[in-house]
Design a protein around this ligand. Structure first.
Ligand SMILES: [Zn+2]
Length: 379
């Protein structure tokens, strides 16, 4: 087939192709008159090669590839950022540089759920946990710490379990006493923590809760570097009942949802972490009065709802809620990008599912959706 004069003219009319474009397409041997018609082309010009078929990928339809979320970026890095130690951002929105891993075994502690690789913290927090283990066991107050989650190697949001724990200044310690032997790796995955709650869920079960837990929490709260200790309201109530001679430590013990299998130590921003965003200081009140009563009401089991009336029209179904967009690297402080890539780490570029398969990976049943706001305001 040849590209004749007629074909070219017809093409120009049908396709309304601008003449300059048409001229380019026709190529050598064709000229255009001032009237815009195509002059005779004496040379037969082959058709341009057919364009390759367009692959049906998302990019061709203007759909952006899903970028990895902050959870995926920080949940897949296996080692700490080899730069100066600092907590970056807020407890519930930040990352951690120069983290240290708490040894999985030490004098007076054992780390649980090793598969999670969350025994990394700011070096000052790691020292604090070691100190708590040493001092409580030396004083025979507690048989040893079973340490739960601290942070990921470079902090950041996690795929399961927590809103905070992002900047290496939070540590969970089980309220179950440490056995007097070294647990196997398997046991550290399979063993369950014991709930401290009584059946009424507003008081402690005295069969499992006792002086040991009280002394352990009191000692943790008494360290000046510790800004808060988070426990379930029922545990706070038990602590309020035995404050000891100097009750000043009690104001640091803050009631929260969950936290009846473990308690949570939160350290204040270390002095050299200039981009660490501090939480407001706890008040002078011991929190054992009205505030605790309100919390106990919130966690008390709700009375069963009255049977629905027969003639009542069916409630209009609520419109489906859109899922909250996941935190991305752009939501975290700028410095977290440096922390993520430090030491030549290449983070994944595509969205990939990261799953925590360890036991009890989901948040506890009565855990509230902890938000940055709730963390800053009332805890
Ligand atoms: Zn915690």
């Amino acid at each position: 087939m040849v590209f004749s004069r007629r074909t070219a003219t017809r093409a120009a009319i049908w396709l309304s192709v601008p003449l300059t474009v048409l001229a380019t397409a026709i190529g050598v041997g064709t000229t255009l008159t001032s009237a815009g018609t195509v002059q005779a082309a004496s040379v037969a010009i082959p058709l341009p090669a057919r364009k390759p078929p367009v692959p049906a990928s998302a990019a061709n339809y203007g759909i952006k590839k899903k970028a990895p979320t902050a959870k995926q970026l920080f949940g897949t890095v296996k080692t700490g950022a080899p730069i100066a130690a600092r907590a970056v951002g807020f407890y519930a929105k930040g990352c951690l540089a120069g983290a240290k891993a708490l040894a999985v075994d030490g004098p007076g502690w054992q780390v649980m759920r090793l598969s999670r690789n969350r025994n990394w913290g700011h070096p000052k927090l790691v020292s604090l946990v070691e100190r708590l283990a040493r001092e409580t066991t030396d004083a025979k107050e507690w048989p040893g710490l079973l340490v739960g989650d601290i942070s990921q190697p470079r902090g950041g949001p996690m795929v399961s379990g927590h809103t905070s724990h992002q900047i290496g200044l939070d540590a969970d310690v089980w309220l179950t006493p440490m056995p007097d032997r070294t647990l196997t790796k398997r046991e550290r995955e399979d063993m369950s923590a014991v709930s401290m709650l009584a059946a009424d869920r507003v008081s402690v079960n005295r069969k499992v809760w006792g002086e040991g837990q009280e002394k352990l929490i009191k000692r943790a709260a008494s360290y000046p570097e510790v800004e808060r200790v988070l426990v379930h309201p029922a545990l706070k109530k038990a602590l309020c009942e035995s404050p000891g001679a100097d009750p000043s430590w009690l104001r640091k013990v803050r009631p929260v949802f969950g936290h009846f299998y473990h308690f949570h130590i939160r350290m204040r921003c270390p002095a050299n972490s200039t981009s660490c965003q501090a939480q407001h200081a706890v008040g002078e009140d011991d929190g054992c009065g009205k505030e605790l009563d309100q919390w106990l009401k919130r966690v008390a089991p709700k009375p069963p709802a009255p049977p629905a009336q027969a003639k009542k029209p069916p409630a209009k179904p609520a419109p489906p809620r859109l899922p909250k967009p996941e935190m991305t690297l752009a939501d975290l402080p700028d410095e977290c990008s440096t922390v993520l890539k430090a030491g030549g780490h290449t983070p994944p570029t595509e969205y990939q599912k990261v799953v925590d398969r360890s036991k009890n990976a989901a948040p506890p049943k009565d855990a509230a959706p902890a938000t940055t706001t709730s963390l800053t305001n009332n805890r």
